[in-house]
Design a binder for this molecule. Structure first.
Ligand code: HEM
Length: 134
């Protein structure tokens, strides 16, 4: 039974975001670091700011030592259900809207590129015809 990891959902883990109740998600695992807040060499603020999200990148960016990684085991409380973690960063869709208004002038310019020479030609012919008659 002891080897059965508890699977937690993101919604629940994210609620533990206070100094006196702080859970972190790192590499698919959930840690209750509440007893570690005062002792963390990086301070409690960074731990708090790493709550409510997948803190794997934050944790790895610091380049934590092996002893820090061993320490984590003490605070391990379960696995995170990855399907409940909201995606970050990956989805910032490029704004499509500005492209559409751009297409109208482009289209107009293309039509004008045809029409303007035709109009000049027509005008020239008209002038010539008119002056010939005179
Ligand atoms: C259970 C999780 C964590 C444990 C056990 C832990 C442990 C440690 C330890 C032992 C150190 C000292 C340096 C080292 O040995 O690498 C450290 C430093 C540090 N930690 Fe963590 N840490 C955890 C999570 C985090 C998270 C999520 C962040 C978020 C950014 C963070 C930010 C930092 C920073 C910025 C330092 C550098 C402090 C300095 O050298 O000025 N830690 N941590």
């Amino acid at each position: 039974m002891a080897s059965d990891p508890k699977v937690l959902v993101f919604e629940e883990v994210a609620q533990h975001n206070k100094t006196k109740d702080c859970w972190l998600i790192v590499s698919g695992k959930v840690y209750d670091v509440t007893p570690f807040m005062d002792d963390h060499p990086g301070g409690d603020e960074v731990l708090l700011s790493a709550t409510g999200k997948d803190a794997t990148n934050d944790f790895e960016d610091v380049g934590h030592s092996d002893s820090a990684r061993e320490m984590m085991e003490k605070y391990y409380i379960g696995e995170i259900d990855a399907s409940t973690v909201p995606l970050r960063r990956t989805y910032i869709p490029p704004p499509q809207a500005p492209y559409n208004p751009d297409k109208t002038p482009e289209f107009l310019i293309k039509i004008l590129q045809f029409l303007v020479p035709l109009m000049i030609l027509g005008l020239a012919l008209a002038v010539r015809y008119y002056t010939k008659e005179k």
